[in-house]
Design a protein around this ligand. Sequence first.
Ligand SMILES: Cc1cc2nc3c(=O)[nH]c(=O)nc-3n(C[C@H](O)[C@H](O)[C@H](O)COP(=O)(O)OP(=O)(O)OC[C@H]3O[C@@H](n4cnc5c(N)ncnc54)[C@H](O)[C@@H]3O)c2cc1C
Length: 393
Amino acid sequence: MTKSISVDALVVGAGPAGLMFARKFSSKGYRVLVVEKENRLSEKACGEGISARVLMTAEIPIKEKERFVSREIKRAYVYSPSGLRITLNGSEEETLGYIINKKEFLEVMAEYATMEGADIMMMEPAKDFERIDDGFNVKTKNCWIKTRLLVGADGYLSTVARKLGFERPRERKIIPSIQYVMVNVELDDWEALEFYVGKSVAPYGYAWIFPKDGKKANVGIGVQQGAPLYYLNKFIKDHPEKFGNATKVEFRGAAVTIGGMLKKIVADNVMLIGEAAGQVIPLTGGGIHSSIAGGSIAADIAIEAFEENDLSAVKLKKYVEEYNRHWGKRIRDSKKALEVIDKLSDEELDKLAEILDPKDVLDLANGLNITRVAAKLMKYPVFSIKIASKLLS
Ligand SMILES: Cc1cc2nc3c(=O)[nH]c(=O)nc-3n(C[C@H](O)[C@H](O)[C@H](O)COP(=O)(O)OP(=O)(O)OC[C@H]3O[C@@H](n4cnc5c(N)ncnc54)[C@H](O)[C@@H]3O)c2cc1C
């Protein structure tokens, strides 16, 4: 029998963005329901790498990290096509970030959201959306849900974005990505992330090794050209010193949005947040932090909108403006960096690895201070036109 429910906000998708929104919005006493199509949190593949600052944005006290951190990360190594290694360090004793158990992390986020009064229904995909006077009637697997605010937090395949016409055909640029969890891996440095670039390793993408607890690691790849599985298996075969005795215990794949934010992410009574809105840092494919930030900022503006009884697109647009101030700019700048790096040959990437210092690499990847990096590259004729001018545009 179809159940009828009425809420203030219906959040489609219990990922990092949706759970963050649900927690903040319900903390003001509004009725929030999150519907999730899967039967467990974090069903989608993920490298599970986050920076230490994510916990602040997610408003999770540091003491909680024992519940979901699999490995503390102090460094990252980036390997150029010829094997040149750039080391990115955190400061002296500072943790650069964490490899989390994402399922446990999302369970903590879900706990915080439900403690504030939000409800979560698993195995309840949102299927259809019917606009009504002041909101939407949403058809899920078992229910009709009437909501004043519809929040699309349903990731890169967002049904909300597509069915409501937010996402135009071919607007979303994605990179297919796959990952094994491997056990009995041999690594020299278990406190370091490892990234490998180069056309023969991962065409227009990169391979990664993210160390987890014990001798376990997430070993994955994203490529924009060619078959990801071929390149991932080749990568593993090319590193017998690490994987010679290792065993694959899990294989999953998904895609990551790397084309930046969609042009339209709000309308009357609707907000798109997280990866559904394209809130992913394009060069790294990291989307957990930027999606949590999206959920958080959207909730602040939704609270204002409810207080003023104004859920118009004009009012909700304030969320886009606030997000753009820091995150939107980072996403745009990282996209520029990705576009120029994609055009470099392996030889040019090697040369770049010689010129750039670790801070330059971090800034480029994260879309921070790219004009500073561009100014540095201007001094090198080989890169001044190809990279610097585009980064400055
Ligand atoms: C292989 C891989 C590795 C990655 N590694 C990292 C990493 O190391 N670090 C990092 O920061 N980012 C990483 N990312 C990106 C990151 O996973 C996402 O950007 C981030 O999870 C986005 O959060 P979100 O809440 O917006 O969406 P998602 O995490 O995608 O969550 C969306 C949720 O909506 C649900 N859903 C979808 N449709 C419906 C529907 N119709 N009804 C109900 N529910 C629905 C989904 O099941 C899902 O639970 C990786 C991605 C991939 C594919």
